[in-house]
Design a protein around this ligand. Structure first.
Ligand code: TYM
Length: 336
């Protein structure tokens, strides 16, 4: 049986970017395929500690998993939910893959370059992040990994490490599908990247300080509306989908399309040529408000116990599968 796998860090509240770029696509794919594919959803808590975390990581993890349920994830025997640090094979395989990855390819990782830029010092975890991510994927022979566009480079690394390892030791790892195939599988026209509302040249990110730059999943509809109404646009004065010339407006069109589940081409056609940017903003704010209110109501109805039970079952499953793959790898290197 094939496997779809995804993860979201639980450092803090999630943004609308996390929701539209990763959570929602995963839930849709899971519901569509879980009768005939394994669906692995995990929280990479070891990835969280590359940056400062408060003492709430464990409870944030439970809340993040509730998000999948609130977004409509249907549970059956093929859906597995677990925490990375509860499956030690992730760290073990990470170390082994460290001895397969090269400094050159790791130094080219955009996320590392962005996170270390201008800093006097940076922890080794930030540098090694993508290798642990490759271990997360390869342990479960996952072929499809629904992610936002910012993470595609890490999928390519996982593919390269798997291919390099297999060339040396035989077909031990399943090579994940290429990003082109991932996009096809997700059923989107291109990788999803929701932009920062104030600075639309950048992605919307939970680590950006300015509050109005990002919509958080716990924002009240009123708060989200204010943020959307103050989003940066441009002085061209006509709505057109053009990420380069009009990134702010294009970002609003993308959000409207994803939140209302309407093809981008239809949303773009509806608004093309409109000169009152305020009308588009009002429409997007209304759509996001409906989505948030509905999501938050569903979230309030999900108890910790439901998630803890799923984790118990999921972690037993994950350890079983991961340990089998780890042993194959250890044998290949002569460790066992
Ligand atoms: P994280 O928590 O940084 O991001 C979680 C997911 O949210 C997507 N995302 C966005 N999508 C669209 N627009 C945005 N503005 C935006 N911001 C974030 C990310 O692309 C991601 O899909 N490294 C992973 C966590 C991870 C993982 C894995 C995922 C660790 N190991 C193995 C899959 C498989 C990450 O980016 O988390």
């Amino acid at each position: 049986m094939k496997t779809i796998l995804t993860g979201i860090r639980a450092n803090s509240e999630l943004t609308l970017g996390n929701y539209l770029g990763a959570l929602l696509p995963m839930v849709r794919l899971a519901n569509e395929h879980s009768s005939k594919m394994n669906v692995n959803i995990f929280v990479p808590d070891l990835h969280s500690i590359i940056s400062d975390v408060d003492g709430n990581l464990r409870s944030n993890t439970i809340r993040t998993l509730k998000y999948y349920l609130a977004a409509g994830l249907e549970i059956n025997n093929n859906v597995h939910i677990y925490r990375q640090s509860y499956v030690p094979a992730h760290s073990e395989l990470c170390w082994i893959l460290n001895c397969v990855a090269t400094m050159g390819e790791m130094g080219r990782m955009t996320q590392y370059k962005e996170k270390s830029e201008g800093k006097a010092s940076c922890n080794v975890g930030i540098f090694d992040y993508p290798v642990l991510m490759a271990a997360d994927i390869l342990l479960y022979s996952a072929e499809y990994i629904p992610l936002g566009e910012d993470q595609f480079q890490h999928i390519e690394l996982a593919r390269n490490l798997a291919i390099r390892f297999n060339n040396r030791f035989g077909d031990i790892f399943v090579v994940p599908e290429s990003t082109v195939q991932q996009i096809k599988f997700m059923g989107v026209e291109q990788g999803i990247r929701i932009r920062d509302l104030l600075n639309p040249d950048k992605k919307m990110s939970k680590s950006t300080k300015a509050e109005n730059s990002k919509i958080m999943l716990d924002d009240t509809p009123e708060k989200a509306t204010k943020k959307i109404m103050s989003a940066t646009t441009d002085s061209l004065g006509k709505v057109r989908f053009d990420m380069w010339a009009q990134p702010g407006i294009s970002n609003l069109l993308v959000i409207e399309s994803l939140v209302t589940n309407t093809p981008l081409a239809d949303v773009t056609a509806r608004w093309a040529g409109e000169t009152r940017y305020g009308d588009l903003k009002k429409q997007v704010a209304a759509s996001v408000s409906v989505m948030l209110a509905d999501f938050q109501e569903k979230l309030a109805g999900i108890s910790d116990e439901v998630v803890l039970k799923l984790l118990d079952e999921g972690e037993a499953y994950a350890n079983k599968v991961a340990n089998v793959k780890l042993l194959e790898v250890q044998k290949a290197f002569g460790l066992r």
